[in-house]
Design a protein. Structure first.
Length: 320
């Protein structure tokens, strides 16, 4: 880990910031790739014929290969069918130094997989008639405006959700155990909400856009963003280990984030960061919670008989 007196990590370009974020997210993203591998098969085709033991025997060598090639210290995996988890697996060490084996309840930084949850939260507000997807966003902003926007080519909600808004990546790293903390969302957006190009000119992955999404959820719902997500997304989906801020129930299970030392090809702990754009993905959880999220998506917006979002809104989520 970088010494606390070394502040060079704060003097980074947007590209390097994205690389830092990628390194921190890589563990869970790899695991989720394996979740999707079987879950996306049509239920009717595999629920009656799948030999789980045989499938796992075929899957595990690919998991091991993926971890070896990607230099991934640990991964947790779940296979789902309908509204239930049919198999879980855990591989490697969540703490390499202590040789702590990963388990299905290991807590990882789930990162930008959370953006899809923010999208559902915003579309819940759309379903209540608060806005339409092709409305200009700026007309709903009262505390600040989008700087540099061309009124003839306004940014719409659809642009925000498809990374075509013209807003830059954004990151704003802060050390988890540093002396400074990220500013409030409103303060950060007031200072940094600036377009770099007209909408639809280029697809650019934007954490800044999803920080604005969080602000809009908060504004439309009248509830703090974290509270809204907890009560309208995580609680209904029984995502009991998913959190913005690891505390007593989860901190013992946290996986250490690693990066690969280019000289030795070994693992070294990565600097753990907060971010000014925390609503875009500074979120922690388990693969079991992610499996519940996946089941809702696969079952048309319903989880264990509870409708989280309409089929129509979910279809729009999956359509450019």
């Amino acid at each position: 880990m970088t010494d606390s007196s070394d502040l060079r990590s704060f003097q980074i370009s947007p590209l390097e910031a994205a690389r830092v974020e990628f390194r921190l997210l890589r563990l869970m993203v790899a695991a989720l790739a394996s979740v999707v591998l079987l879950a996306l098969l049509p239920i009717a085709s595999y629920s009656q014929t799948l030999d789980v033991d045989k499938a796992v025997r075929e899957l595990e060598p690919e998991i091991q290969r993926m971890m070896m090639e990607g230099r991934i210290p640990s991964a947790t995996i779940a296979l789902v069918e309908g509204d239930r988890v049919i198999w879980t697996g855990a591989y490697g060490y969540s703490n390499v130094w202590a040789r702590t084996p990963a388990v299905p309840n290991t807590v990882y930084l789930i990162g930008s997989t959370f953006k899809a949850m923010s999208t559902v939260a915003l579309l819940q507000q759309m379903e209540q008639g608060k806005f339409k997807l092709d409305d200009p966003v700026d007309k709903y902003l009262t505390e600040f405006k989008i700087q540099g926007e061309d009124p003839a080519h306004p940014i719409t909600f659809r642009h925000l959700l498809t990374h075509t808004s013209g807003l830059p990546a954004g990151f704003g790293p802060y050390r988890v155990w540093g002396d400074k903390a990220p500013p409030p969302i409103e303060e950060y957006l007031k200072e940094n909400l600036k377009v770099t190009r007209p909408p639809l000119e280029k697809e650019e992955y934007s954490n800044l856009a999803y920080t604005l999404v969080a602000y809009l959820v908060q504004k439309f719902s009248g509830e703090p963003f974290k509270k809204y997500i907890q009560e309208h997304i995580w609680d209904p989906l029984e995502m009991k280990s998913t959190t913005f801020e690891p505390g007593p129930p989860t901190i013992e299970r946290l996986a250490i984030p690693y990066e690969v030392d280019k000289r030795t090809n070994g693992w070294i702990p990565a600097t753990q960061l907060k971010a000014a754009v925390w609503p875009a993905g500074i979120v922690y959880g388990t693969v079991l919670d992610q499996a519940n999220w996946l089941m809702m998506n696969l079952n048309g917006g319903v989880f264990k008989g509870k409708r989280i979002i309409s089929q129509d809104a979910l279809d729009q989520m999956f359509t450019r």
